[in-house]
Design a binder for this molecule. Structure first.
Ligand SMILES: NC(=O)C1=CN([C@@H]2O[C@H](COP(=O)(O)OP(=O)(O)OC[C@H]3O[C@@H](n4cnc5c(N)ncnc54)[C@H](O)[C@@H]3O)[C@@H](O)[C@H]2O)C=CC1
Ligand SMILES: CC/C=C\C[C@H](O)[C@H](O)/C=C/C=C/C=C\C=C\C(=O)C/C=C\CCC(=O)O
Length: 264
C-alpha cells in the first residue's frame, strides 16, 4: 500500500514499537491516530510527533484496549478527526506471566476486538476503502519458550487468528489484507523489565537467568530493525496472510511461505 495520504490507528503507541511505527508512518505522509492506556506517555509522544509532523497529522487518544467502549471510541474519534481508516495496527501488549489472564485480555481478546472493529470500518459497504490490518505477534508466536508460557500462548493465538481471517474470501473481496509481525527480542521497556523486573522490582517472566542466556545467544534487535520490517509489510503490494519474523541473527524471514501446504 502507498502510505502517503492514508490514515492509521495504532494501539500501545505511547512508547516502544507503537511510537516508532507511528513516527515511520507519519514520515511517509500518513495521518496517525495512536492510543495508549498511559496518558502522560501518550501526551508526551503526541507533543513530540506534532512538533515534527504538525498538529493536524497526529492525534493521541487514551484507550485501554481491554475496555470495549474505549476501543469503540478510539475508532469514532479517528473517523471524526481524519474521516477514514486505512491501516490498523494491534500493537498493545503486555508480558506478565504472573497475570496470565490479563495477558490473554490484552494480547489476545483486545487484538481480536481491534481486528473486528477495523474490519467493520474498512468494509466498503460501511463507507470504508479496504485496508491493511497488522497484528503484532512475536517470535514467541512461532517458538515455544518455557520462561514465558502464557505470553507464548497469546502470541501463537494472534498468528492463528490473523492467518485464518486472511484466508477469508469475504475480506479479500473487500480489499482488506491481514498480516502478522513477529519480532524476536528487541530493546524496549518490555525486554528490560523481563530481564531486570518491572518498576516495582517484580519478575514478569519465569527463569530470568535462563532467558538472559538465550537472549545473549540470539542477540537483540533494535526498534529500527523492527520498524523497517513493519514498513516493508505495509508498503508491499500484497501482504495478505504474511507472517514476518525478525531476529538479530537471520534478519527478516517470511514464515509459512509455502501457503498451499499450510492452508486447508
Ligand atoms: N520488545 C520485544 O522484544 C518484543 C515485543 N513484541 C510485542 O510488541 C508489542 C509492543 O511491545 P513493546 O513496544 O516492546 O513494549 P512496551 O512495553 O514498550 O510498549 C507497550 C505499550 O502498550 C501499552 N499498553 C499496555 N497495556 C495496554 C492496554 N491495556 N491498553 C492500551 N495500551 C496498553 C503500554 O502502556 C505501552 O505503551 C507488544 O505486543 C509486544 O508483545 C513482540 C516481539 C518482541
Ligand atoms: C525474556 C523475553 C522478554 C521479552 C521479549 C519479547 O516479549 C518477545 O516478544 C519475546 C520473544 C521470544 C522469543 C522466543 C524465541 C525466539 C526464537 C528465534 O528468534 C528463532 C531462532 C532461531 C531460528 C532458527 C532458524 O530458523 O534457523
Amino acid at each position: 500500500m502507498k502510505v502517503v495520504g492514508k490514515v492509521a490507528v495504532i494501539t500501545g503507541g505511547a512508547r516502544g514499537f507503537g511510537k516508532a511505527f507511528s513516527e515511520a508512518l507519519l514520515k511517509r505522509g500518513a495521518k496517525v491516530c495512536f492510543s495508549d492506556i498511559d496518558v502522560s506517555g501518550g501526551q508526551q509522544s503526541q507533543h513530540e510527533l506534532a512538533e515534527k509532523f504538525g498538529e493536524n497529522s497526529v492525534h493521541f487518544v487514551k484507550c485501554d484496549v481491554t475496555k470495549e467502549e474505549e476501543f469503540r471510541d478510539l475508532f469514532r474519534e479517528c473517523l471524526s478527526k481524519f474521516k477514514k481508516i486505512n491501516i490498523m495496527v494491534n500493537n498493545a501488549g503486555i508480558l506478565d506471566e504472573a497475570r496470565w489472564e490479563k495477558s490473554i485480555d490484552v494480547n489476545m481478546t483486545a487484538m481480536m476486538r481491534g481486528t473486528y472493529l477495523a474490519l467493520e470500518k474498512m468494509n466498503p459497504k460501511n463507507g470504508g476503502e479496504g485496508g491493511i490490518i497488522i497484528n503484532v505477534s512475536s517470535a514467541a508466536g512461532l517458538y515455544p519458550a518455557h520462561f514465558l508460557p502464557a505470553y507464548v500462548a497469546t502470541k501463537h493465538g494472534i498468528l492463528g487468528f490473523t492467518r485464518s481471517l486472511a484466508m477469508d474470501p469475504l475480506y479479500q473481496s473487500q480489499g482488506i489484507q491481514l498480516a502478522s509481525l513477529c519480532p524476536a527480542f528487541t530493546s524496549t521497556n518490555m525486554l528490560t523489565e523481563a530481564i531486570h523486573g518491572d518498576a516495582g522490582g517484580r519478575k514478569t517472566i519465569l527463569y530470568p537467568d535462563l532467558a538472559k542466556t538465550i537472549i545473549e545467544k540470539l542477540g537483540i534487535c533494535s526498534v529500527a530493525d523492527i520498524t523497517d520490517a513493519f514498513i516493508e509489510l505495509v508498503e508491499k503490494e500484497n501482504c495478505n496472510g504474511d507472517v514476518l519474523m525478525i531476529n538479530k541473527k537471520i534478519g527478516k524471514q517470511y514464515q509459512f511461505v509455502n501457503k498451499t501446504t499450510s492452508r486447508l
